[in-house]
Design a protein around this ligand. Structure first.
Ligand code: DGL
Length: 271
């Protein structure tokens, strides 16, 4: 079984590292569109084209399942899904319903995800607080060593949150669980929710858990549209590379200008 994941950069590593931990028996293909990062500020048309390129690329790698490791892209993909494909598409946003319990939910995400109100559409009136934390994406991509900067961005942007009596705060951008501990420390009393856990719940239900079932290391092929060396350097902050058997390559389909090899977006079954 081959699983494809995609993100604009290292954010999706927060999903990948959970998947390889729970399902080491599968093979993985991870595409990071760093040449076009960040996704959170792109207009709808451009984002749709970028996501289409990625889905087609994963399709060409013959993956059996596509897992959204990017909330911003997921909210766009969801607009074009139909129920008639043999490739299963696992939405990160839809599966969050499995793991939130309270009636006072807060969301932090990219500009586009907040604007799309996709979490409100999924969770309804329990969403009482929402905030864009776009600058945190750039800080994690380019400045992860600067913990003070990261702390200050979170503290400054969320300074009014206590007035909303938020019980659970969803980290609605996959970059944010990479600094889960900082959120926890800065927001005592609020349960911090990583939506990747919803994906794991779904996958466990569908495939069963086989944590210790494989002696070989899980195989991960990384494809990067930008600089693979920069990506690898940063990725090492978030996943232990000796726990996977990885290869890393630059992929050349580029941005929207390159139509080579791009065919119409296939329809995927959404879960
Ligand atoms: N990690 C992504 C998400 O979950 C995208 C961040 C960005 O590129 O702006 O939304």
């Amino acid at each position: 079984m081959k699983i494809g994941l995609f993100d604009s950069g290292v954010g999706g590593i927060s999903v990948l590292r959970k998947l390889v931990d729970f399902f080491p028996q599968f093979d993985y293909v991870y595409i990071a569109d760093t040449a076009n990062s960040p996704y959170g500020t792109k207009n709808d048309n451009l984002l749709f084209q970028l996501v289409k390129n990625i889905l087609n690329f994963l399709d060409s790698k013959q993956v059996d399942i596509i897992v959204a490791a990017c909330n911003t892209a997921d909210s766009v993909v969801k607009q074009c899904l139909k129920e008639n494909s043999d490739t299963l598409y696992v939405s990160i946003i839809d599966n969050v319903k499995r793991i939130v319990k309270s009636d006072r939910i807060g969301i932090v995400a990219t500009e586009n995800t907040i604007k799309s109100k996709v979490y409100e559409k999924t969770l309804g009136s329990s969403v009482v607080y929402r905030k864009s934390l776009q600058s945190l994406v750039t800080a994690i991509e380019r400045n992860f060593a600067n913990k003070e900067l990261i702390k200050n961005i979170i503290k400054e942007t969320l300074k009014g949150i206590n007035e909303f009596n938020v019980k659970e705060l969803i980290l609605g951008c996959t970059h944010f669980p990479l600094v889960y501990d900082i959120f926890e420390k800065l927001l005592p009393g609020i349960k911090i929710v990583d939506p990747a856990n919803g994906i794991i719940e779904y996958m466990k239900e569908k495939f069963g858990e086989r944590r210790n079932g494989k002696n070989n290391l899980p195989k991960v092929e990384f494809y990067i549209t930008g600089n693979p060396i920069t990506f690898e350097e940063n990725m090492k902050n978030f996943i232990n590379l000796s726990s996977i058997k990885s290869s890393i390559r630059k992929v050349g389909f580029g941005g929207v200008e390159s139509e080579t090899g791009i065919h119409n977006l296939r329809a995927f079954r959404c879960r």
